[in-house]
Design a protein around this ligand. Structure first.
Ligand code: HEM
Length: 448
């Protein structure tokens, strides 16, 4: 599942996998074997089954027996950390409670306003060029700005986050090691600053939560929020924009309000969910599911993308139907689905509102996808449009613009989907541009 063949045609692969049954053995990366659930009903069963499956990767037999290469790119995503994603039972409830309660304090109006201002700022940076890579220059930037705002980063911390994240996304392993150290420093500084000077932000709310998380626990939950939200958020925005710009069903409607945008989001969450194969669980004991015998400690991933497109669901009307598994299901279902959807909606609507004559700069079939077993991620999304007049100056969000308002919006920046599975392939643009998707971030942040 890590090759470019899989990235080029995942649905063809899912169809062939499904023919072998609702769960099949796969190779996530060289030497890393797992089970993949492709059937919708079985996916729901496994996601809800806390008796036979644990989320704790310390139960992963091949890892504890030293059978996973130490430098395997999947470890960044599948290795244990003391956070909600990798915990069960009481520990999970405690972490999840702090996350849920803090996220629920985000004011949706402030969030929406902040996404709009972030979108304006990003659009202004390329409006006069008449062309842009909407992945690196738009979809990647909005989640980052929103995360910094939501978590109360200072301008300096925001810049550091941009720098470190760019490295973690696409770098040599030497750089990644240092970037991990720098990321921990960023998180420690953020928590320390908010302990001394709390603000109206998610970090401060988590510190004040009755669960009384330690500094280490706080850092781990914030890192999870960063990891869980940012890259997936970027890919939701980019995948929905790709659909809107390439599918005739949406042609002519792009400036027509929010309905097509909501429809496009629904469709992408069904067909190309940003986290395509995720939700790793581990068998607590030898168990038979879907006709397959799993050994104790075997990892099972859920193919949200395959399950959503299971022929078992054929005939279901997808527009307005949110029974897809893009946010997972059960106790570990994404706690930020509403927030993530709101960010994507506002970001896309603002872009189409400012640039209604947007069009792809390359045929849709020439757009390429980043290899990797977990995500559904474009390498770039080149567009062109009539050059826009210089915009009226307004308050710019984020670090470059001075203190951030206290009452603002949402999440994350992706931590490191393993560099080995996330390496950007050459861009699909005519010019063969090989910039890493995140590279414009740092430049943009520094005002270039
Ligand atoms: C388009 C964007 C997003 C998608 C597609 C997405 C999807 C998911 C999925 C599928 C899971 C479940 C994983 C599992 O079963 O193991 C999950 C968990 C999680 N997500 Fe999201 N997510 C997105 C955005 C966000 C954002 C913006 C945040 C934070 C602000 C966030 C925070 C989390 C957290 C904390 C968990 C772990 C919950 C737990 O284990 O109890 N996600 N997400």
């Amino acid at each position: 599942m890590y090759g470019s063949d899989f990235a080029a045609d995942p649905h063809g692969h899912y169809a062939r996998m499904r023919a072998a049954g609702p769960i099949i053995p796969v190779e996530l990366a060289p030497g890393v074997n797992a089970w993949l659930v492709t059937g919708y009903s079985l996916a729901l069963d496994v996601l809800r089954d806390t008796e036979r499956f644990t989320k704790d990767p310390r139960s992963w037999a091949a890892l504890s027996e030293g059978r996973i290469p130490e430098d395997s790119p999947v470890l960044g995503i599948m290795m244990y950390r003391p956070n909600a994603l990798f915990s069960d039972g009481a520990a999970h409830a405690r972490y999840r409670g702090a996350i849920n309660d803090s996220l629920s304090r985000i004011d949706p109006h402030a969030l929406s306003e902040y996404v709009e201002r972030s979108a304006e700022t990003a659009i202004d940076s390329f409006a006069e060029r008449g062309e842009a890579d909407l992945l690196g220059e738009y979809a990647a930037i909005i989640p980052l700005l929103v995360f910094n705002q939501l978590f109360g980063s200072t301008p300096e911390q925001g810049s550091e986050l941009v720098r470190v994240t760019a490295i973690m996304f696409d770098a040599t392993s030497d750089e990644t090691t240092q970037a991990n150290v720098d990321m921990l420093r960023y998180l420690a500084d953020l928590v320390e600053a908010k302990r001394h000077r709390p603000g109206a932000d998610v970090t401060s709310w988590m510190i004040a939560h009755p669960s009384e998380l330690s500094d280490e626990e706080l850092m781990q939950q914030i890192a999870l929020l960063l990891a869980a939200g940012t890259e997936a958020q970027m890919n939701l925005i980019a995948n929905a924009l790709r659909l809107l710009l390439s599918d005739d069903r949406f042609a002519g409607e792009l400036s027509g309000g929010s309905l097509p945008v909501q429809d496009a989001l629904d469709e992408v969450l069904w067909t190309d969910p940003p986290l395509a194969n995720f939700g790793a669980r581990f068998a607590r004991y030898d168990v038979e599911i879907g006709g397959a015998w799993l050994r104790m400690g075997d990892p099972v991933l859920i193919s949200y993308a395959a399950a959503n497109n299971d022929p078992e669901l054929a005939g279901a009307d997808r527009i307005g139907n949110r029974a897809h598994l893009a946010w997972s299901a059960g106790e570990h279902r994404c706690p930020a689905d509403g927030t993530a959807r709101a960010i994507a909606s506002v970001a896309i609507e603002k872009l189409l509102d400012r640039i209604p004559d947007l069009e792809l700069a390359v045929p849709a079939e020439r757009l390429t996808w980043r290899p990797g077993p977990f995500h559904r991620a474009l390498t770039s999304l080149p567009v062109r449009f009539p050059v826009l007049a210089k915009p009226t100056p307004g308050p710019a969000p984020g670090p470059a613009s001075g203190p951030v308002p206290a009452s603002a919006p949402v999440p994350p920046l992706s931590s490191a989907p393993p560099a080995g599975t996330s390496t950007a392939r050459p861009s699909g643009s005519e010019s063969g541009d090989r910039r890493r998707p995140w590279s414009p971030l740092g430049e943009w942040w520094r005002g270039r």
